[in-house]
Design a protein around this ligand. Structure first.
Ligand SMILES: [Fe+2]
Ligand SMILES: [Fe+2]
Length: 184
């Protein structure tokens, strides 16, 4: 569903900044899947296909999403903050804003997960849950629209310019370890 013929091949751990950008595409895709299921199913019973994509999207944000946040907050941002370079200093405020966004998104995703699981077990959403789900997904869409572009255009671009090959390799190794993959 998410692999498109002719699409650019996914980056690997040797290109951690490329991998982080690929993760952003998945965040956008799974968020749009949640919005579509919400619009199409509304208060009706979930179809088997809707159930499958809903389960996948909830799984993504519960399991893979936090690893992406850790990649940034534990592997990338600390290496940037350690750089005593004026253009990095100027980005400190933005990095703090990105971390605040992560906390906001985590809270929203927790609520989406609770409502989403109730949806799966009941087969349909109550009026109130549907309303709340739409509010959460609208908030997340607005947050990610700004957040992902800021990371890609400013922070990853900055990291690409100031981190050494060795530092990027270390980020990639930590990302691999976070997913239980050993890299030599
Ligand atoms: Fe982020
Ligand atoms: Fe990100």
């Amino acid at each position: 569903m998410l692999t498109q013929i002719g699409a650019k091949p996914e980056s690997d751990f040797s290109d951690p900044l490329g991998m982080l950008t690929d993760c952003h595409q998945r965040i956008r895709q799974f968020l749009s899947i949640l919005i579509t299921v919400c619009e199409e199913a509304a208060e009706k019973q979930l179809t088997p296909d809707q159930r499958i994509v809903l389960e996948k999207a909830l799984w993504y944000f519960r399991e893979a999403g936090p690893r992406h946040t850790a990649d940034e907050e534990e592997s990338l941002f600390p290496r940037l903050r350690a750089k005593d370079v004026p253009r990095v200093h100027r980005a400190f405020e933005k990095i703090a804003r990105l971390e605040a966004d992560h906390r906001q998104a985590e809270g929203d995703h927790d609520d989406v997960d609770i409502i989403g699981h109730r949806w799966l077990s009941d087969g349909s959403l109550s009026k109130e849950d549907l309303r709340q789900m739409k509010v959460l997904l609208t908030d997340l869409t607005r947050l990610y629209k700004r957040h992902l572009v800021m990371e890609e255009a400013e922070i990853f671009a900055l990291a690409d310019g100031v981190l050494s090959r060795n530092e990027k390799d270390l980020v990639g190794r930590e990302m691999a370890a976070r997913r239980g993959i050993l890299r030599r």
